[in-house]
Design a protein around this ligand. Structure first.
Ligand SMILES: Cc1cc2nc3c(=O)[nH]c(=O)nc-3n(C[C@H](O)[C@H](O)[C@H](O)COP(=O)(O)OP(=O)(O)OC[C@H]3O[C@@H](n4cnc5c(N)ncnc54)[C@H](O)[C@@H]3O)c2cc1C
Length: 271
């Protein structure tokens, strides 16, 4: 690891000040992605700006717009939150399925969404719900937020402060995890609102995306069987040492099927 300075601001405005004045600063949330990258010398920064001391980035609350979860809320807090379990149980299930207790007790919602790893879980929920990403200066619709692999609409000096999830009638998430790492090989977050349906796919492609084919099939009949005959064009899918693009395309109908089954029976957390 290269040497770096450490700052622990007490407010978003103080963090922004350091972010704008330093040479190569980087925000530090749970450190579960950033610190391993620094340890391997894949990245180097002049100052790490630790967001742990900023109280306004914490908290889970129900607002008129939906469920607002602070950027620094950890995976374990989301999994065990009675409010999340009641209002958006699929999100609690998703958070509980991330990695292991150590990662869940350190990793944060904001860090994961800002990082936009194609194999991360939260981006599917954010896009699937049509959530709004709140930052220090604006609100970004999920449809405009995820731009590509590890790339989002956030500016270099912008801090994600919270995410507001509109509350669907029902939602379900299912991921096919890599047997060793637990990261998603192909996953689906399915959300049904009175006004329509959204299906977000993660793991299969370099960036989370909405699948209109699946949305049309499920809008016609919201039932697990509606996913059975879906055929996915794998041209833009990820082909790596973990799974071929053909494999990812082949398993997706079953993944969506199980996500819908969970949406219809939110108590259910196993296939
Ligand atoms: C062994 C292991 C297994 C894992 N398995 C999974 C898994 O199965 N599923 C999954 O989804 N994830 C998994 N993860 C990743 C984990 O969920 C991380 O918590 C997450 O990717 C990053 O969150 P963090 O809070 O640790 O962010 P950090 O590592 O601190 O930061 C990540 C990046 O986001 C930026 N950032 C952080 N907060 C903000 C903010 N508020 N505004 C703007 N930018 C910000 C940082 O500058 C940095 O570039 C795993 C990690 C490990 C180590």
């Amino acid at each position: 690891m290269y040497s770096f300075d450490y700052a622990r601001p007490a407010s978003v405005s103080e963090a922004l000040e350091i972010l704008r004045s330093d040479v190569e600063p980087r925000l530090l949330a749970g450190g579960q992605t950033l610190l391993p990258a620094m340890k391997h010398r894949l990245t180097a920064h002049s100052t790490l700006i630790d967001l742990q001391g900023i109280d306004t980035l914490r908290g889970i609350e129900v607002t008129e717009a939906g469920l607002r979860i602070g950027a620094m809320v950890r995976h374990a807090e989301i999994a065990s939150s009675e409010t999340v379990q009641r209002m958006l149980p699929a999100l609690a299930v998703l958070a509980d399925g991330i990695a292991d207790p150590l990662v869940r007790n350190m990793g944060t919602l904001g860090g994961s969404v800002a990082n936009n790893d194609p194999a991360a879980d939260y981006p599917a929920a954010v896009l699937g719900c049509g959530a709004v990403v709140n930052t220090d200066r604006r609100d970004i619709a999920a449809d405009d937020f995820f731009e590509g692999m590890f790339t989002t609409a956030l500016e270099e000096d912008e801090i994600l402060t919270a995410i507001t999830f509109p509350l669907p009638e029902t939602a379900g998430y299912f991921k096919l995890p890599h047997p060793a790492s637990g990261y998603v090989l192909a996953g689906a977050f399915v959300c049904r609102f009175a006004e329509g349906l959204r299906v977000a796919i993660n793991g299969a492609a370099p960036c989370v995306y909405r699948d209109t084919l699946a949305e049309m099939a499920l809008a016609a009949h919201f039932h697990p069987d509606s996913a059975n005959d879906l055929v996915f064009d794998d041209e833009d899918f990820t082909d790596d040492l973990h799974a071929s693009r053909a494999y990812r395309a082949r398993v997706l109908p079953a993944v969506i099927r199980r996500a819908v089954a969970r949406a219809l029976n939110p108590e259910r957390t196993s296939p």
